[in-house]
Design a protein around this ligand. Structure first.
Ligand SMILES: [Zn+2]
Length: 415
């Protein structure tokens, strides 16, 4: 039996309108929000949490993480035993929950077993939306082999591996079907060059049109969509045209493409903190000169891309994409976004827009009757001061996921 909680005397943050609403109480029951109204009738055993004017808001959603990327050494992550990789991922997830992220969308690496472990209460982590492995062409962004290494493929069956090398329309279809059968909730494709890979320049276009169209068809047949790793405008425009819905990174997008993407209902996921963090620490962590040059190319385009996408009306979901030791910079993404976007826009990106990409619209990212009881109590008003969300949980006396307290400094903890 999950404890019922009654939050009283707070101000409820509505991400859609970007306002605080006074005078409503919120009751949770069996992991969901049971009631949001002025006069809630709470069961006698409900635990009251008096908010004393604090803000109650939906839990945060990060739409671009890799919980299996324990270290920046991607080969190293792949070759450890699966049991160790899974326990490391659990640790990464618990840390994210401590920062107020109650849902994570994993863009390559995590499998349905990790989501299940959360659902079964084995891990006190955020709910986890997974895609299996990121699909890459031979020599593409997730092909970690050096030029002299022609061993067949990666150890893609391993938990700590982020990618799967697959070439050709038929093989792509089979890979999508297998991953969906194994529990993937969307398909991730590496459709453009990347930073943390040895052989592909940023401008390289990856996968043929036919291969990407096949992924889109397979994903849509199963009720899902494709998310693509993209930097350059050419690569983004091609994927928009082919029906890719989730546009990751988008650092070098133009206004014209952003407008087309908005018209087609795409959602972009900028991940600017990834490049800031790499620029800050990459050298100490062993990145080479070639990777550094790539980082600068995408870092310079980053802030401009936010303005372009905002002005085009292209929806943006919050993402971070931090690998390994760099995940300590998670909350810096809020500060970077705040250079261009308003606090209300940033909060929408990390709640209702994220919920759309998780295909959980109305179930997460809102404080509403019937939604999951993923709730944060904030000391202050994040619509006035977004840095309240950027303190690694320090301004969040309560973090609740699925009706269960992950942190409660306001009342007696669970049990
Ligand atoms: Zn990524």
């Amino acid at each position: 039996m999950t404890t019922s909680y009654l939050f009283t005397g707070g101000r409820i943050l509505d991400p859609r309108s970007g306002t605080l609403i006074d005078g409503l109480n919120v009751l949770t029951e069996a992991g969901k929000i049971k009631a949001v109204s002025a006069g809630v009738e709470a069961p006698a055993d409900a635990v009251e949490i008096p908010l004393d004017g604090r803000t109650l808001m939906p839990g945060l959603i990060d739409c671009h993480v890799h919980v299996g990327a324990w270290s920046l050494d991607l080969w190293g992550n792949m070759v450890v035993p699966g049991s160790l990789a899974a326990i490391r991922a659990a640790k990464v997830m618990e840390e994210a929950l401590g920062r107020g992220f109650t849902t994570l969308r994993d863009l390559g690496g995590a499998d349905a077993g990790l989501s299940r472990a959360v659902e079964d209460g084995l891990i006190d982590g955020p709910r986890l939306i997974t895609c299996g492995k990121g699909l890459t062409v031979t020599g593409g962004h997730s092909d970690l082999r050096t030029r002299g290494d022609n061993r067949p493929g990666l150890l893609s069956e391993r938990v700590g591996s982020m990618g799967l090398i697959v070439d050709g329309v038929d093989n792509v279809r089979a890979a999508c079907r297998t991953m969906i059968k194994e529990g993937a909730q969307f398909i991730k494709v590496m459709a453009n060059g990347g930073v943390s890979s040895p052989n592909d320049p940023i401008h390289s276009i990856q996968y043929s049109r036919d291969e990407i169209a096949a992924m889109v068809e397979e994903a849509e047949n199963a009720g899902f969509y494709v998310a693509a790793h993209l930097y350059t405008d050419k690569a983004i425009a091609r994927c928009v045209e082919l029906g890719v819905r989730s546009l990751e990174h988008c650092n070098l997008i133009t206004a014209e493409t952003a407008k087309k993407a908005a018209e087609k209902g795409c959602i972009a996921v900028p991940t600017l903190v990834a490049y800031e963090a790499l620029a800050l620490e990459g050298e100490a962590l062993g990145l080479g000169a070639a990777e550094f040059a790539k980082i600068e190319t995408v870092r310079e385009g980053g802030l401009a891309s936010l303005e372009i996408m905002r002005d085009a009306g292209l929806k943006m979901a919050f993402g971070s994409d931090l690998l390994g030791e760099l995940r300590k910079y998670h909350c810096m993404e809020f500060e970077i976004l705040a250079r261009v976007l308003t606090p209300a826009d940033i909060i929408r990106s990390a709640t209702i827009i994220g919920a759309e990409l998780c295909q959980m619209d109305g179930e997460i990212g809102v404080v509403a009757e019937g939604a999951e009881a993923d709730l944060l109590v904030i000391d202050g008003n994040p619509l006035a001061d977004i840095s309240l969300l950027a303190g690694d949980g320090v301004n969040m006396p309560v973090i609740m996921k699925g009706g269960k307290m992950a942190k409660n400094e306001l009342a007696m903890p669970d049990g």
